[in-house]
Structure formats: C-alpha cells, structure tokens
Write a protein that binds this ligand. Structure first.
Ligand code: ATP
Length: 312
C-alpha cells in the first residue's frame, strides 16, 4: 500500500502531438460520430502538464496559443482529471499548469494530448496507479484521440479512433508542419462538408491499407510518401483553398508528400531526412509562403512523466 508521505508534491507529464498518416472516414453512426480507420503517429511537438494539490480544482495555460485555450471546466485536461477522480471514488482537488507547444485547433490533437498528460499526472500524484486498460477507458470517454496519446508511437485507430493497436514501424520520419494555413476551420465544419459531399452514397466500413503498413515496415520515407492519405483533405481544401496552395508550394520546395493533418488546417510535410526538413522549412519561410513552421520527428513516446518541472 502506498503511504501519503510517499506521494509526490507535483507531477509533470509530457504528451506529444499527432499526425494522421492515413485517415479513412466511414459511415455516420447513430450517435452522430463517424467510424474511422486511421493510422496515428506521435511526433515531437509537446505539451507539458503539471498536476499539483490545490484548495480547488483549476487550470492555467501558458505558451503557444495560450489565449485560445479555455481554463474553465471545458478544458480537456481538467475534464480528464475530474473523470479520473470520479472513476477512483473521489480525490482531492488539483491545479493543472499547462505549457503548450502544440498548435491549438490545428488538427494535431493538442487538447487531447493535455487530457492524456493530465490522466498520467493525476494517476501518479494521487497514487491511484490504474492499469493501462482502465486509463485508456477513461481517456476514450474524454475524446477519440486521447487513448492514442497515452500510447504514442505509430498505431492504427479504429472505432471512432479510440481503439488503438500498435503498428510495426521502422525508422524515424522527419516532418515539417505549417499550422496556420487557414483560420476558422473547425473539425465539425470539415465533417459536415464531407457529409454533404457524400450524401446519398453508401460509404463502406473503413480499413487500414496494406500499402501503408508495408511502407511503415520498410522505414523508407520515399515509400511512405505516396501512400499517405486523408479522406477529409478535399473538404478542408474546398473550405480553405489556401491549404491546397500550401500543399502545392511544399511539393515545389522538395517535400516528399504534403497532407492535411486530421481535419486541418495544419499541413504535414514529409521530408527525405533531417537536412531535407531544414531545407524545406527554410524555403517555406524565406519565400514568405509560411510564417510559422515547426519541425519534428516521429514516432515518439506517448504521455510520460518528466523527472523535473520545465523552468520556462
Ligand atoms: P483534433 O485534431 O483532436 O480535432 P485539434 O488539434 O484540432 O484537435 P485542439 O487543439 O485539441 O484541436 O483544440 C480544439 C478546441 O478544444 C480548442 O478550440 C479549445 O477551445 C478546446 N480545448 C479544450 N481544452 C483544451 C486544451 N487543454 N488545449 C487546447 N484546446 C483545448
């Protein structure tokens, strides 16, 4: 049994962003969600969440896009902490300090990353020490991407994306992300454009493609590039043509592939290697095509405890 004295004073957990290497959208389900078949990859752009005991429940946010993140009960990290407390029969309140690096509302699952981080942080802080399967169950109740962000690596996501299965993937991939190709593109807007475009069509149950699986086993970015796929890309571009222009520019600057990440608007560009990624990022900024460019490699770890609190 864990004694109170052994519990930490505060716990900081780091969680990654994700890119969807493949996103196939299935039929609309009765609950208003679509079934999905996706292949997630965790990439090295991170949010850190520190959980510390407090007199009342709350959260604060700093870092990138902090002003766009709610600090009330709708914050996904706070919702996750509350859900864990309820699941374990009630816990003392915590304050969550969130340091954001993941672009907000960019299709990179930043809010879900914070929720995954909060679950791991509070589980350690409270000493609840839940089995992985139980944490994943609570995670799925918060959002479809949250179980993957606990897991990390490269995984197939089925159901609504919340049922995650690791994929055999070799190598490290070098990515360039441009988060701000367009603003005002929300996940519901993109799905509703998809629904309108395919109204009256029988949409088959989606499955992972064997071509993507074998490309990932090869570890070769030139094999992965032509099989990256996203059913929502056409709809995101129809709503925000700037996304299509950015994809074309990236290909002109030597990207192996450029795709919309999730429901966008972030564009994920696959480079040939570390140098290729630097060249691509420089070309995008020097030409004025993109002001805000992020580089990251994948796959990387899911939500994990950091030994010390980040200073800045
Ligand atoms: P997804 O790829 O899962 O659709 P996203 O990356 O497009 O997500 P998020 O950054 O997760 O988008 O934010 C979506 C919305 O969630 C934001 O507009 C914000 O108001 C809300 N939100 C709630 N909690 C958080 C959080 N901790 N971090 C970021 N956004 C949050």
């Amino acid at each position: 049994m864990t004694s109170v004295l052994e519990l930490p004073a505060a716990v900081t957990v780091r969680a990654p962003a994700k890119v969807n290497l493949e996103l196939f959208v299935g039929p609309l389900l009765d609950d208003g969600y679509h079934s999905l078949s996706t292949v997630y990859q965790a990439v090295g752009i991170h949010d850190d969440v520190t959980a510390a005991p407090s007199d009342e429940w709350g959260c604060s946010v700093r870092g990138r896009d902090a002003d766009k993140v709610p600090t009330d009960e709708s914050n996904l990290a706070l919702r996750a902490a509350r859900a864990l407390a309820e699941h374990t029969g009630g816990q003392d309140p915590v304050h969550l300090s969130i340091h954001k690096e993941i672009p907000v509302a960019g299709g990179m699952a930043g809010g879900s990353a914070d929720a995954a981080a909060a679950l791991v942080a509070c589980d350690a802080l409270w000493g609840t020490d839940l089995p992985k399967e139980e944490l994943e169950e609570i995670a799925a109740g918060i959002g479809s991407d949250v179980p993957f962000l606990l897991h990390g690596g490269t995984c197939v996501g089925s159901g609504r994306g919340e049922v995650v299965t690791p994929v055999l993937a070799k190598g490290t991939y070098h990515w360039v992300f441009v988060p701000s190709a367009a603003s005002g593109l929300s996940t519901p807007m993109v799905y509703s454009a998809f629904d309108q475009r395919l109204a009256g069509t029988a949409i088959p149950e989606p499955r992972p493609s064997t071509a993507l699986m074998s490309a990932l086993r090869s570890g070769d970015p030139t094999a992965l590039a032509p099989v990256l796929d996203n059913d929502l890309q056409a709809d995101a571009i129809a709503l925000q043509p700037a996304i299509g222009e950015l994809i074309e520019a990236a290909m002109g600057f030597g990207a192996l592939a450029a795709i919309v990440s999730g429901s966008g608007p972030t564009v994920a560009m696959l480079a040939s290697g570390a140098e290729g990624a630097i060249d691509l990022a420089v070309a995008l900024t020097a030409s004025g095509v993109a002001g805000d460019v992020l580089r990251a490699t994948g796959p990387t770890h899911g939500a994990h405890i950091l030994p010390t609190v980040r200073a800045s």
